[in-house]
Design a protein around this ligand. Structure first.
Ligand code: DLL
Length: 424
């Protein structure tokens, strides 16, 4: 769809969503009344900036079903995301919402080259987390064969991937690395696997991580993005060009705002991603602040799709560490580490405060072929990585080299940071 046509469609759907939310969700009605808005006041996309934001705390405050826009008899599925503190956030889907969800995931799979002839192993967790069932619905809609593995039981994952001839794998990028490592150790030649594509998301990952996964599993690795509040996985996905994540913006209208002023920024400028759902019935979301930091690009993609493309998520504004006053994203550390062949692609950042000074430690594993018991070799490796991380982040880390395989491997969303300062 050409841009002006898309904007027309979005404007119509936005107007409908605002009216629908006003009449069916007391929470939105109250917020709009407080802002002095009538439901008919938002007719064009430019007017969206007049609408109040919705934040995660609003979902918690309305726990569990306060934001549903339909009676519970219309809700056919619930999902929830636990977060780290407080009550989970709960989302509800009508039958139509589930169809929309499957459709956007089907689009995502198709963009990554998956067809009805393919067997897809879904190794995202099934359950309240949206990853497993979200991918599952998309594979069924495309007519592929789904292996509903869920996460965990890594040996069995490998065995079934091999025996069932899975052509595509869907899991977190960190779990993909772990699966690659386990295949290597299993001794089964990689040529005996039919795997060609992977759909990875649910956590930030870098270009270097992509290269590592592609090499380790012998596949093309594509990014898939989404969040529970908006629908789950499939808000957007990469195409064969691997040139940004196409957002399915006929269903989810994206804005990028300056996180400090909350004003829109120009295309290509990084800021906070905000979504308004355009077709959701069960639980519409108006100007939901994702806290994810990225930029949008509106020029056409060589693949022919005209939908807006999103840069890789740099991180969440609440994942950003402030260490000795310097802003550090775990993705910066990851990108340096994965550029150095000497290290395994696993790491843990430990931050603490000792004598009123922040400490910044990075635990890494040296690959066996680079491992040495000569002290000076280890010291020079530590110096090398420390200098590179210093040049990217602006602060000097303390590097701790740990035993091979001693860092915990992740089967879902990886935990890369322990910030002990939050405990005091
Ligand atoms: O993680 C949904 C999902 C499942 C997406 C499977 C992709 C694949 P939540 O648990 O609500 O939902 O977490 C959403 O995860 O706001 C981002 O911070 C992060 N995230 C999700 N996908 C990506 C990605 C699912 N491709 C939060 N790259 C989002 C970077 C991602 N971060």
């Amino acid at each position: 769809m050409e841009r002006d046509e898309m904007r027309k469609l979005q404007a119509v759907r936005l107007g409908r969503t605002v009216e629908y939310a006003y009449h069916n969700t007391p929470f939105y009605r109250r917020k709009m009344q407080e802002a002095g808005l009538e439901p008919g006041d938002v007719r064009s996309l430019d007017e969206i900036v007049n609408l109040p934001f919705t934040v995660k705390q609003d979902l918690r405050d309305n726990y569990p079903f306060g934001l549903m826009a339909v009676p519970m008899s219309e809700i056919v599925r619930l999902h929830a995301s636990s977060g780290t503190t407080g009550k989970p956030i709960v989302v509800g889907y009508t039958r139509k919402d589930l169809r929309t969800w499957s459709e956007v995931v089907a689009r995502s799979l198709y963009a990554a080259g998956v067809t009805r002839n393919d067997t897809v192993q879904v190794s995202y967790g099934y359950g309240l987390f949206t990853g497993g069932l979200g991918l599952h619905g998309g594979v069924e809609m495309i007519g592929g064969t789904v292996i509903p593995m869920s996460s965990g039981n890594t040996q069995k994952q490998i065995q079934l991937m091999h025996d069932f001839g899975a052509a595509a794998l869907a899991c977190t990028p960190s779990y993909a690395l772990y699966l690659g490592e386990t295949i290597r150790e299993s001794g089964i030649p990689r040529t005996e696997f039919a795997l060609k594509t992977g759909m990875f998301g649910a956590e930030p990952w870098t270009e270097n991580m992509r290269r590592e996964i592609e090499e380790s599993l012998g596949i093309k690795a594509y990014d898939i993005y989404g969040l529970t509040e908006i629908i789950g996985p499939g808000v957007g996905s990469e195409c064969a060009c691997q040139h940004g994540t196409h957002l399915w913006e006929d269903h989810f209208y994206p804005e990028i705002l300056d996180p400090a002023t909350l004003q829109p920024v120009a295309p290509g400028v990084t800021g906070e991603l905000v979504f308004t759902t355009l077709t959701k019935e069960g639980m519409p979301m108006i100007r939901y602040r994702t806290r994810d930091l990225t930029a949008l690009h509106y020029d056409k993609c060589p693949c022919g799709r005209t939908s807006v493309r999103m840069d890789r998520i740099l991180g969440r504004s609440d994942d950003m560490l402030i260490i000795r006053g310097v802003n550090v994203f775990p993705s910066q550390v990851e990108s340096v580490l994965l550029d150095m062949p000497e290290f395994e692609p696993h790491y843990l950042i430990v931050v603490d405060r000792i004598n009123n000074t922040d400490t910044f430690q990075i635990q890494v594993e040296v690959r066996p072929e680079y491992y040495s018991d000569e002290m000076n070799k280890i010291i020079s490796l530590r110096k090398k990585i420390s200098a590179r991380i210093h040049s990217v982040t602006g602060i000097q880390p303390d590097i701790k080299i740990v035993e091979p395989r001693s860092l915990e491997r992740s089967q879902g969303k990886a935990k890369h940071v322990i910030d002990n300062r939050k405990l005091v």
